[in-house]
Write a new protein. Structure first.
Lengths: 113, 110
């Protein structure tokens, strides 16, 4: 167990809807990263948050947005859902200590119909 | 060109043998490298980190890094059926995004 919790575990949405995924980071960790993992692929970096600011973004459109709160928990919001957004969404927390070790939550499985 | 490349496998290794997993990366600015294990239906679990050229050993696992060749490897000695999983190689800057490869499926046959 990493101490990183994500909710919900599963979600079914229809195309065009909006979704919010939540993540609580491991105690003492101040950085949260979000990844999208399609079936059979490696995790794709969406963005990272440090001290409530976006600190790096991958190749994802603006309809993917996020927030980090003062307690270091985080949200991932996806607007105008598309079928290709169906994937496992992983949250990982880490320390801003230069080592970059990521500790993952169990993920949210999103299905877009 | 993908930033982190791995052979997707599957790699089949007999129980008790050494499993060798390889990875190359394109960003010469990367300073941190990791191996994660992911069981089917589960999230990635960190098993090794390496930051300097050379070898780093932890139990049955040895990570190897060669920055000149932009090459990272993982050796698993005395492979066990419980080692059957997908192994993800990842790399990145010290405080920025960590990029993952597509993973290598490892199967340990009894």
């Amino acid at each position: 167990e990493t101490g990183v919790t994500q909710s919900p575990t599963h979600l079914i949405k229809t195309r065009g809807q909006q979704v919010t995924l939540r993540c609580s980071s491991q105690s003492g960790h101040n950085t949260v990263s979000w990844y999208q993992q399609a079936l059979g692929q490696g995790p794709q970096f969406i963005f990272q948050y440090y001290r409530e600011e976006e600190n790096g973004r991958g190749n994802f459109p603006p309809r993917f947005s996020g927030l980090q709160f003062p307690n270091y928990s985080s949200e991932l919001n996806v607007n105008a859902l598309e079928l290709d957004d169906s994937a496992l969404y992983l949250c990982a927390s880490s320390l801003a200590d230069g080592e970059g070790k990521l500790f993952f939550g169990s993920g949210t499985q999103l299905s877009v119909l | 060109q993908k930033e982190v490349e791995q052979n997707s496998g599957p790699l089949s290794v007999p129980e008790g043998a050494i499993a060798s997993l390889n990875c190359t990366y394109s960003d010469r600015g990367s300073q941190s490298f990791f191996w994660y294990r992911q069981y089917s239906g589960k999230s990635p679990e960190l098993i090794m980190s390496i930051y300097s050229n050379g070898d780093k050993e932890d139990g049955r696992f040895t990570a190897q890094l060669n920055k000149a060749s932009q090459y990272v490897s993982l050796l698993i000695r005395d492979s066990q059926p419980s080692d059957s999983a997908t192994y993800l190689c990842a790399g990145g800057g010290s405080a920025s995004k960590i990029i993952f490869g597509s993973g290598t499926r490892l199967s340990i046959r009894p």
